[in-house]
Ligand binder design. Structure first.
Ligand SMILES: Cc1ncc(COP(=O)(O)O)c(C=O)c1O
Length: 412
């Protein structure tokens, strides 16, 4: 059976609302984030918060037993199921599945779509490990990937082959926060009956409605905004039930299932996703304007900032600019290091999407394997500082970043 199949009339159908009943169909994202996928029952004495079912296995396994065999590696633990359903509700997609990391979600989704001899087309702007998986791991399994420049929408069509099984796009990208319009790609995908898969980690379902823009499958590093507290590693896949079933099959074989406690923590994080994202959006945009008017700053990278190359499409597609920000400080790499060392509130650490502000230098973290020239080609100047803007008070953040800029201006 094909893991994915669609016909050209599938866009004319309403987006399926997942789960039993229609309780959630009219509900806001705020309500879905709290109650989505849950059991509405409220008998006296039942816990309001779901319990953690910290069990690897479940009674059963004799002839005549009515329930299917349950084991936590299979992805059927109640905490895993609850968070998968909630994510499907939030994305407005048929089904959702939680995995042990974002990379598990991405790699299993791609593996579910391809066989030896198949081909994928992907945007060239990718998270490093995704790129490595496509460039090194998939070819070992006889699968080729053609990387295209999404600035040229026609490049997707030119890259198609009879054996192409899917199109892959990530946006906004790391760290330049490029935003690409998925609609032409989704029209092509529909014409060819192929799935469009999107890594929407930076946007979350709060800032980008993937299903409304023709995306068939969404993958997330839930480690970031979905969890939101820098205390878990997780991934999520949402999409058509047939594909999710196939991925669940691979989960059983490869084994990167979510621990129940992690799934519970992720569910808890999701409850505040809408309010957290609203504040991330607000704080990052305010800081983008503030940095743009500050001495010691050469350039600010934010999708809603006027000089961002994608500002127009970003404002059209995204309901918020997100919590990520790039700042190129004067003095090149030495300036960027001085800026980071002077900070007292923001922590210098990789990763993003938590309540606390984190800064990192892509040249020393996410993009360290590239040469200086390759980084320059991607717009990552030596003085580039990536900021994951948290939820702290804006004035406190400005005071901290003033310390950083003072170090830049004092020649370190
Ligand atoms: C855009 C994007 N996708 C996927 C991943 C991988 O997620 P994880 O670290 O949860 O495996 C990351 C991690 O930084 C990311 O930034």
């Amino acid at each position: 059976m094909d893991a994915f199949s669609k016909t050209p009339d599938s866009t004319t159908r309403p987006i399926p609302e997942p789960g039993a009943g229609s309780r959630h169909v009219q509900e806001s994202l705020e309500t879905r984030a709290i109650h989505g996928g849950g059991d509405p029952g409220g008998e006296s004495g039942r816990p309001v918060t779901p319990p953690i079912v910290q069990s690897s296995t479940f009674h059963g396994g004799l002839p005549g037993d009515e329930t299917p065999l349950a084991y936590t590696r299979y992805g059927v633990n109640p905490n895993q199921v609850a968070v998968g359903r909630k994510m499907a509700h939030l994305e407005g997609m048929e089904e959702g599945l939680v995995t042990a990391s974002g990379m598990a979600a991405i790699s299993l989704t791609l593996l579910a779509l391809v066989r030896n001899g198949d081909h994928l087309v992907s945007s060239v702007h990718l998270y490093g490990a995704t790129r490595n998986f496509m460039e090194r791991e998939l070819p070992r399994r006889g699968v080729e990937v053609t990387f295209v420049d999404p600035d040229n929408p026609r490049s997707w069509r030119h890259a198609l082959r009879p054996e192409t099984r899917g199109l892959y796009l990530e946006m906004p990208t790391n760290p330049m926060l490029r935003v690409f319009d998925p609609r032409p790609v989704s029209r092509l995908a529909l014409e060819r009956g192929l799935p469009l898969i999107m890594d929407a980690t930076f946007a979350t379902p709060m800032n980008f409605r993937a299903a409304d823009h023709g995306v068939d499958v969404v993958v997330h590093s839930a480690t970031k905004y979905l969890g939101g507290h820098s205390d878990l590693i997780a991934g999520v896949i949402c999409g058509p039930a047939a594909l999710i079933d196939e991925v669940r099959g691979l989960l059983r074989l490869y084994g990167p299932s979510a621990d129940p406690h992690m799934a519970w923590l992720l569910d808890r994080g999701l409850r505040t996703l809408p309010v957290r994202m609203a504040r991330h959006n607000e704080n990052a945009l305010a800081l983008a304007h503030w940095f743009a008017g500050s001495e010691g700053v050469e350039r600010v990278i934010h999708p809603f900032h006027d000089d961002h190359p994608d500002a127009e499409i970003a404002r059209e597609l995204l309901s918020g600019g997100g919590g990520m920000l790039g700042v190129v400080v004067e003095g090149g790499e030495a300036g960027a290091v001085a800026f980071c060392r002077a900070l007292e509130l923001a922590a210098v650490a990789p990763s993003l999407g938590g309540v606390e502000t984190l800064v990192s230098l892509p040249a020393w973290t996410s993009h360290r394997t590239l040469t200086g020239a390759e980084r320059e080609a991607r717009g990552i100047a030596p003085g580039f500082v990536r900021i994951s803007v948290g939820l702290e008070g804006l004035e406190d953040l400005k005071r901290d970043f003033r310390r950083g800029l003072a170090a830049v201006l004092s020649g370190h």
